[in-house]
Every structure is written in C-alpha cells, then in structure tokens.
Design a protein around this ligand. Structure first.
Ligand SMILES: [Zn+2]
Length: 185
C-alpha cells in the first residue's frame, strides 16, 4: 500500500534566536541581513527563497512572498508574478545544483487543517525528489549530519542561482540577488 505523499506538511519550526520577540519568523528573515546564517539563498524584489532546516529531502526550500498574509487572494499582481517567477528560478537552481528526478511543490492554505504550522505568512514548499527516495530526516536521523547536509545544499543552490542570468551576489554571506524585474512590469 502506498501512503499519501505531502511533503508540504513538514514545516519549518525553528525559532529565530536573534529575534526571539519577532512575531513572524518569515518577516524577520525578510528584513534581516544575515542571509547565510538564516539560510536565505535568493532574493527578488518581492519574495525570497529559504532552505528548510528540517528538510523532507536535501534541497527542500520555501519560496516566500514579502507580504505578511496567509490569504492567497491578498497578494497583489506584482507579488504574484514575482513569486511565480522566483519559483521558476528555484526549480532551475535545484535542477542545476542537485539534479533531482522530479519535484513536489505546494502551499498550505486555510490554517491548521492544511497541516502547516506557520499559517499566517504563506509560502510555497518546493521539494526535490529522486527515484526511490524516502524521507531524508528519518533516514539520516543525526542532527549534525542534517546541519551539514543543509549547509551543503545551501552552497550548491546558491551557486546555481548565481549562474542564472540577471543575478548578482552583493556580499560573501549574501543571498543571490535577482536583478531582473518581473516580465511585463
Ligand atoms: Zn510574516
């Protein structure tokens, strides 16, 4: 029997130690500078890409719009386009950096029933898949190994974003900056 596969149920739950009072960890990472420490790997005008510290698979990231809302209908046109184009770039970067066989991508919307733990700032999970893979976390189990694996994924994905057209890297520990405005704006 095959179980239902829903990697977007695996949520990012680690506290932001530097801003323990911040109401929303995604907003605090949006506004912070320490991209490498925070594992923010790429930034566009209206969205950013964050590695999941508790990945379902290596390269499990979230593409997060700047707007603090849990309602998809609240996103304005420019944000929708920018978020979608950053997803396109994310698939490309994961493809180049990690060479998966496939992807799962999804949103949790509508609160706890959807399975997510952060429901007031929407985010798209993108999970690379390999033939015959199985949940990376239970397989690996060891915290130090997971930290090293996430660091390694960060470097590979960062390099792959940096190879894309219309990008720059503003500093040694900075996320890759997507320079090109969304098409049509
Ligand atoms: Zn937020």
């Amino acid at each position: 029997m095959e179980s239902v596969f829903a990697p977007w149920r695996i949520e990012w739950v680690e506290r932001d130690d530097k801003n323990p009072d911040a109401d929303c960890v995604f907003c605090s990472f949006r506004d912070a500078d320490a991209d490498r420490d925070n594992r923010v790997v790429a930034r566009s005008d209206r969205a950013f890409v964050l590695l999941n510290n508790y990945p379902y698979n290596p390269g499990h990231v979230m593409v997060i719009p700047h707007a603090h809302t849990g309602a998809y209908g609240d996103l304005d046109e420019a944000t929708l386009l920018d978020h979608a184009q950053l997803k396109q770039r994310t698939f490309d970067a994961l493809e180049r950096g990690l060479g998966p066989d496939a992807f799962n991508a999804g949103l949790n919307l509508g609160g706890k029933a959807a399975g997510g733990s952060i429901d007031d700032h929407l985010h798209t999970h993108v999970v690379p898949r390999w033939e015959g893979d199985t949940n990376f976390m239970p397989v690996v189990g060891d915290t130090q190994v997971i930290v090293e694996a996430v660091d390694d994924s960060y470097d590979r994905i960062h390099d792959a974003f940096a190879q894309q057209d219309g990008t720059s890297v503003p500093g040694p520990d900075a996320a890759v900056r997507i320079e090109t405005a969304p098409k049509g704006l």
